[in-house]
Write a protein that binds this ligand. Structure first.
Ligand SMILES: C[S@@+](CC[C@H](N)C(=O)[O-])C[C@H]1O[C@@H](n2cnc3c(N)ncnc32)[C@H](O)[C@@H]1O
Length: 409
């Protein structure tokens, strides 16, 4: 075994050894560490830490070594915060941009309200958990430090569902989401539905008092609408629809968006989902929400109609990649909120750069596409005032942010 020096972290959170053949990935190591190991392809295996980093800490979770759910529990919170801020800074500087970065806001442990569980039938029954690092083996995680205790309650339910509807060889994927009315489970990868399976699954909806159970997109049973609270409104999102990862992270994003939007009276919320931002903003502003998924728009609309005391929220199902809002549709708007998927919003941003919208709150889960889009805005009449990094994917390499853009006079 040879000794290697870790020079930096890659975008997936692995340590990197720079060799003549390029980057070698060394999982669970930190920059500055000397490690011993064996190179296998692009990976360093059988790693022993010879000289640990000052930033190395004991993981909070006893499953960390085997479970692939977290990547950065061996690093101090301060190190992870600086690394995530650095990822954003590098993405911006690659586009020739710089901006003040506010101190990161990190969600506490045990707050993830949604998890995608992997479940497999076994000889004795079934096991639910996460994939082991770099493998399709499932690791059970009864003491997981990431998930909210209410989401942990989905583990035995997922196992029961697998014994009923899991195929012998395949793996079931159970998306478990906490709601105000109980667990909302969306299952895929199981046996095809027939009448007997429907009846057996419906019985489990009652037995476990699930808010809703859906199987390959079909709702099997719903005891109560699986409600999420967005400001004064309660919304029942379609099964499997996008939801921010932690309530704390969502609140951090929302507070920052509200600060940017300020006293705006007319707001357009682009890539609006089920109304995470649109509905709370409707306390003080009229909002036009635009989103690609019709069912999400319908859910937002139902939530708005049932809520008390909100200003008007109009909605539009529209593909913003192919049909972005044009500058004349953005006229008389005081503020735009934009929260695209990882691909970013290049087409929409090109139109925003031609608009006279005074202020833009840009929420992003991908610093690279964000920086590309920011460059389009700043090549136009906008300045990038500051960036707030929000970490609702604690111990992972994900980075999220909210940025403020103002139109220069
Ligand atoms: C990161 S999520 C944000 C949703 C919402 N703002 C929230 O915080 O809950 C991105 C949203 O963009 C929507 N989306 C993806 N591609 C789209 C497209 N081409 N046109 C419009 N909406 C799209 C997704 O359905 C999803 O709701």
């Amino acid at each position: 075994m040879q000794t290697y020096q870790i020079t930096r972290l890659g975008h997936q959170g692995d340590g990197i050894v720079q060799s003549d053949e390029g980057a070698i990935f060394a999982p669970m190591t930190l920059p500055g560490e000397e490690v011993r190991g064996r190179i296998d392809g692009q990976k360093l295996c059988d790693i022993r830490i010879a000289t640990p980093s000052d930033h190395r800490v004991s993981p909070d979770c006893r499953h960390y070594k085997s479970c692939g759910g977290c990547q950065l529990q061996h690093a101090s919170d301060g190190f992870v915060a600086d690394w995530k801020l650095g990822v954003v800074q590098q993405a911006l500087s690659a586009q020739g941009l710089e901006a003040p970065l506010r101190p990161i806001l990190t969600s506490p442990p045990q707050t993830r309200r949604r998890a995608s569980l992997s479940v497999r039938r076994t000889k004795k029954g079934a096991m639910a958990g996460f994939h082991a690092k770099g493998s399709d083996v499932i690791v059970e995680v009864p003491d997981c430090q990431l998930l909210h205790p209410e989401v942990m309650k989905a583990m035995p339910v997922a196992e029961k569902l697998a014994t009923i509807g899991g195929s012998r060889k395949g793996e079931l994927s159970v998306l478990a989401t906490m709601s105000l009315t109980g667990l909302d489970l969306a299952v895929s990868g199981g046996k095809p539905l027939d009448e007997a399976l429907r009846i057996a699954l419906s019985a489990e909806v009652e037995a476990y008092k699930l808010a809703r159970l859906s199987w390959d997109g079909e709702v099997i049973g719903q005891r109560e609408p699986p409600l999420q609270q967005f400001g004064a409104a309660q919304v029942a999102p379609p099964a499997g629809a996008f939801l921010q990862a932690t309530p704390e992270g969502e609140q951090d994003l929302l507070t920052t968006v509200q600060e940017i939007v300020g006293k705006a009276k007319q707001v357009i919320d682009l890539f609006a989902g089920c109304g995470t931002f649109a509905l709370p903003l409707a306390k003080t502003a009229e909002v036009h929400a635009v989103e690609g998924e019709k069912a999400m728009m319908a859910a937002l609309d139902r939530g708005w109609r049932q809520a008390q005391g909100l200003k008007k929220v109009s909605h539009e199902a529209r593909d913003l990649f192919r049909r972005p809002l044009m500058p004349d549709e953005l006229r008389k708007t005081d503020a735009v909120v934009i929260d695209p998927p990882r691909a970013g919003a290049e087409a929409q941003v090109r139109e925003l750069a031609q608009s006279d919208v005074p202020v833009i709150a840009f929420v992003s889960c991908n610093p690279v596409t964000f920086a590309r889009d920011a460059r389009i805005l700043t090549d136009g009449p906008y300045q990038l005032d500051w960036v707030q990094v929000v970490d609702q994917f604690r111990w992972s390499s994900h980075v999220e942010l909210v940025a403020k853009f103002s139109r220069m006079a």
